[in-house]
Design a binder for this molecule. Structure first.
Ligand code: ADP
Ligand code: F6P
Length: 333
């Protein structure tokens, strides 16, 4: 038992679970685990429809074991998710807590990203309502955990696409600019770039000038490369991949085809790692609530699950491995 973590003293008989923010493959696995482990532990488990938007309206249903049958293999989330601007107001959060308490719900599991955790943290600080977070975002940008739900699947989805683009890029001897997700975070781009053998990897955290990018593409051509793949995160260039392609053409005469992978990265059946993560985190979230913890996220460190105070997950941005970026550059040259 960790004495430094926040504790609640409620005797919990029922919990609610919701998904919030962008969906991520593995959310259903986590939901299934929360429901089945919760029932195993003698709890009533309510599934909230559409994230915080459903929470402030009392849109929830009791989940039984069968309600989560055959969902571990499905992407998206059967609860549906949403972004809820109203939840930024304290009055809306108060309403959610009142509705939950009236229903006899004594704890909430929030599956989402750092924004969703900010909302959950407020429920604890303002109303002492017990909350536990499960990191569910393909961006993998949450501090305090080595992995988030959906990242592995999203990276593999993007890699499958890149492998196909390689075929056509090679056949036509073209340069491709492939835009992957990650508005503020380069984790997806970094792993996709390394795994896809990209000639350059452009991350929001590590701005590369157009002249430097042009130099890398030309360096490849001089070394006999007839086609190139540049992987860029969506947040890397203010004009997006289209803007970057235009600048490459205008300033350096380099023609680059653009392929924006977009939301296809977020969909599809979760891979084994995300199913396992979701299952384990779902169980640990229920255990944490029942053990009296609140305002914590279930994180992973190596092969262990850990409890991370929510404020630590929301205040820091995860650190990128810049050494990997340098390594990828050497391997691509
Ligand atoms: P993610 O959880 O994936 O980071 P968002 O940042 O869009 O996604 O946040 C999801 C939802 O969490 C928001 O639509 C809002 O309802 C809630 N939320 C985000 N930030 C806050 C905040 N500071 N206070 C209260 N609720 C918040
Ligand atoms: O899930 C995270 C993320 O994929 C970001 O990388 C991206 O910027 C954002 O969600 C886009 O989500 P939406 O289209 O749902 O706003």
């Amino acid at each position: 038992m960790n004495k430094k973590l926040p504790r609640h003293s409620s005797s919990i008989k029922a919990i609610a679970v919701l998904c919030s923010g962008g969906d991520a493959p593995g959310m259903n696995a986590a939901l299934r685990a929360v429901v089945r482990y919760g029932i195993h532990a003698g709890l009533t488990v309510y599934g909230v429809n559409k994230g915080y938007a459903g929470l402030i309206r009392g849109h929830w249903d009791v989940m039984d074991r069968r309600s989560v049958a055959n969902i571990i293999l499905r992407g998206g989330t059967i609860l549906k998710t949403d972004r809820c601007p109203e939840f930024h107001r304290k009055a809306a959060r108060r309403k959610a807590v009142e509705l939950m308490r009236t229903q006899g719900i004594g704890g909430l599991v929030v599956i989402g990203g750092d924004g969703s955790f900010r909302g959950a943290h407020s429920l604890w600080t303002e109303f002492k309502f017990p909350v536990v977070g499960i990191p569910g975002t393909i961006d993998n940008d949450i501090a305090g955990t080595e992995a988030t739900l959906g990242f592995d699947t999203a990276v593999n989805n993007a890699l499958e696409a890149i492998d196909k683009i390689r075929d056509t890029a090679g056949a036509h001897e073209r340069t491709f600019l492939v835009e992957v997700m990650g508005r503020n975070s380069g984790y997806i781009a970094l792993d996709v770039g390394i795994g896809g053998g990209a000639e350059a990897i452009l991350l929001p955290e590590e701005k590369v000038s157009i002249s430097e990018l042009a130099r890398k593409i030309k360096r490849g051509m001089e070394r006999g490369k007839m086609s190139s793949i540049i992987v860029m995160a969506e947040g890397q260039h203010s004009g997006g991949s289209m803007g970057l392609a235009k600048s490459l053409k205008k300033k350096y005469g380099i023609e680059a085809k653009v392929c924006i992978l977009g939301h296809l990265q977020r969909g599809g059946s979760p891979r084994a790692r995300d199913r396992r993560l979701g299952s384990v985190m779902g169980v640990q979230a229920v255990r944490a609530l029942l053990a009296g913890y609140s305002d914590v996220m279930i994180g992973v460190e190596g092969d262990k699950e850990i409890l991370v105070p929510l404020p630590l997950t929301v205040k820091r941005s995860a650190k990128l491995r810049r050494d990997l970026l340098e390594m990828a550059d050497i391997l691509a040259s």
